[in-house]
Structures are given as structure tokens and as C-alpha cells.
Design a protein around this ligand. Structure first.
Ligand code: FE2
Ligand code: FE2
Ligand code: FE2
Length: 349
């Protein structure tokens, strides 16, 4: 990471307006991922989640900033996150245009399939992250989430086994089984709050992993809430509302890990790193035909990181900039998802 101590010169007003005039094109569904790797759908969902979350981060930063140049930088970056969200989302939306869909699918069944995709994305990501997580409290939280989501996925899959073909979504990546029983997921507020880490001592990898999962959990919660607005089936409404109650705890649990003395700017930098690493992993999986949304977002997120580093430098937060790593390698877990979950269930049993 290079820092010159000079503010990055932003594109002028005309460029910003021109970008907006192009907004309609971002949502153009150009790609068909029907035949692509299921792992890429996970990455696209996680991509949407980190982009959505980073947009909110910039809104918060902008509302707290009293320097007009900095405020404009946050607003501009936030606008680009919105663009990234729509571009990456266009790979998998409307709903998830995947190999699991058939001509006769109804909106209800599309939403049911969608939730299995979301559950699968978080299960595969958390199972990898938890295995390589060195911070014990963070690892415990990840394990906790994994067991809950295993249950959510298997309840949805078994409840609607006659309507949706879950095997095409799970795609041999893991075996559906209950983790923690649903009634045991209704915890008291004291057990939600965990000991936060020390921002100066914790590894940046841990921060990025936790940030990625906070983004994903927040995204999943909002998806369930949106589905609740659309579905009429009583059984489904009850299930989704119950899952929402658990998801809200997951978000709180993860947020309680964050050091309260962490500057907002540092959180934004962590958010950029979460975006950058996700897009990088996506680009490795995507072939030429569909890599554009990830590549575009990756390039602009690197610029965002530089802008934040420059602002941090201007504010004299040098320590923060020195901690930005050049790269964080993708996790290389030693166990399969099933292998890890079996171990986890045995140790919690
Ligand atoms: Fe982005
Ligand atoms: Fe969750
Ligand atoms: Fe960004």
C-alpha cells in the first residue's frame, strides 16, 4: 500500500453524473450462469453482501464527517458500492437464476430455493473460515453460526423436499444435517455478547473474516425480511420469522466481537479488504464470460482502499495504514465441510 499524504483527486462532477446516467445498464442481465460452478454463486452472493454492507458503512461515515472533501469521497465510494452490488447481483438475479430453477417454479418456490442458496453460501464460507481462525473467541462464534445454519438449511430442505431440488444447490458440497436444534438457538441476551478483541493485537485476517460474515449475516437477515413481505404461506412465514430472530442474534454476536475503540475509518478499511479478497477469489473461479462484474468492482475497491489510506494518512493514523496487508491468501482448510461439521457436532454433543 503506497501513501503519498496527498488527497486523491476525485473525478469531477461531470464524470459522476455520467456514471449515473449509465445506471440502467448496470442491471442488464448479460450473463447466464446456469452451467457455472455452484461455488461461484456463493461468491456472487457474498459479493452482494459485502458491497451492500460497505454502502451502509460509507453512509455512516459521510454523516459523521464535517470536512466536505472527505464527505464527498465517502459519498462517491458509497455510490460505487451500489454500482458493484447491482453489477454482481445481475449475475444471479432475478432471484437466483441458477441450475436449480425450472419453468414451472412459482415465486414461493423461488424464494425457498433462494434461502437454500443463502444458507449454503454462509455454511461453506463459515466452515472454511472457522477452520483457519486462530482467534479462539472469533472461532467459537463462527462455529456457533455454522451449527445454527446447518439446522436452518436442513429444516428448509426437508420441509419443502417435494417442491424444490436442494441437491442441485448443495451440489455435493456438504451433507444436510441438523446442527443445533432450533429451540436451543433462542438464547438470552447475555449469551449473545462476547468478549471483544483488541484491535491492535488481533490479526487483520480475523478482522476481515468477521467483517465478511457480519456483511453476509446482515444480508441474509434482510433477504428473509424481504421474503416475509411477499409470502402468504403460513408455515413458511412462521419459519422465516423464527430464522430472522436467530439471524438478528448472529449479527449482534458478531458485532460484539469488534473492539469499541476501533475508529470508523478502520472499519471501512476492513470492509474494503473484505470486498477485495472476495472479488479476487471470484475472479479465480469465473471464466472470461462472466468475470467483468467482479473485475470492475475489484479495480474500484482497490481505489477505495487507497482513498481511505490517504484520508487516514491525512488524519495521522499511520499505524492503521501500516497494517494494511498486500494480500490475504484464501483459506486452505484441512477438512471437508462435512468432516469439520461432524467434528463440531461431536465436540458440542
Ligand atoms: Fe465495492
Ligand atoms: Fe446467521
Ligand atoms: Fe469499495
Amino acid at each position: 500500500m503506497t501513501t503519498g499524504g496527498e488527497m486523491v483527486i476525485f473525478d469531477d462532477e461531470e464524470d459522476f453524473k455520467r456514471e449515473k446516467l449509465n445506471a440502467g445498464k448496470w442491471a442488464k442481465v448479460i450473463f447466464d450462469i446456469k452451467d457455472f460452478d455452484s461455488r461461484l454463486i456463493d461468491r456472487a452472493l457474498i459479493g452482494c453482501a459485502v458491497e451492500q454492507y460497505q454502502w451502509t458503512t460509507y453512509q455512516n461515515l459521510a454523516s459523521k464527517s464535517n470536512i466536505s472533501e472527505t464527505k464527498e469521497a465517502f459519498i462517491r465510494n458509497g455510490f460505487e458500492e451500489e454500482k458493484h452490488l447491482i453489477k454482481i447481483g445481475s449475475l444471479i438475479q432475478p432471484l437466483i437464476r441458477s441450475k436449480s430453477l425450472s419453468e414451472t417454479d412459482t415465486i414461493d418456490s423461488l424464494m425457498k430455493q433462494n434461502t437454500v442458496w443463502l444458507e449454503t453460501a454462509i455454511i461453506t464460507e463459515v466452515a472454511e473460515f472457522a477452520q483457519v481462525e486462530a482467534h479462539q473467541i472469533a472461532k467459537d462464534v463462527l462455529d456457533h453460526l455454522l451449527l445454527d445454519h446447518m439446522t436452518h438449511a436442513s429444516i428448509i430442505a426437508s420441509a419443502f423436499a417435494d417442491e424444490i431440488d436442494v441437491s442441485k444447490i448443495v451440489d455435493g458440497r456438504y451433507h444436510l444435517q441438523e446442527g443445533r436444534p432450533l429451540q436451543d438457538q433462542m438464547a438470552g441476551v447475555k449469551s449473545v455478547v462476547r468478549q471483544y478483541y483488541n484491535r491492535l493485537k488481533v490479526g487483520i485476517e480475523t478482522k476481515v473474516r468477521i467483517h465478511t460474515i457480519i456483511s453476509l449475516e446482515t444480508y441474509i437477515l434482510s433477504q428473509y425480511q424481504n421474503f416475509l413481505k411477499l409470502i402468504t404461506d403460513e408455515r413458511l412465514r412462521e419459519l422465516y420469522a423464527t430464522i430472522c430472530a436467530v439471524e438478528a442474534d448472529h449479527v449482534s454476536m458478531l458485532n460484539s466481537l469488534i473492539d469499541p475503540s476501533e475508529p470508523a475509518l478502520e472499519l471501512a478499511i476492513t470492509g474494503e479488504l473484505a470486498e477485495i479478497y472476495n472479488h479476487k477469489r471470484s475472479m479465480r473461479l469465473a471464466d472470461k464470460k462472466i468475470e467483468t462484474p467482479f473485475k470492475d468492482a475489484f479495480g474500484e475497491d482497490l481505489e477505495h482502499l487507497q482513498i481511505l489510506a490517504d484520508i487516514a494518512d491525512d488524519l495521522g493514523i499511520v499505524e492503521l495504514i501500516n497494517r494494511i496487508p498486500v494480500d490475504i491468501p484464501a483459506p486452505e482448510p484441512s477438512l471437508t465441510i462435512d468432516g469439520y461439521i461432524t467434528e463440531l457436532i461431536a465436540s458440542h454433543g
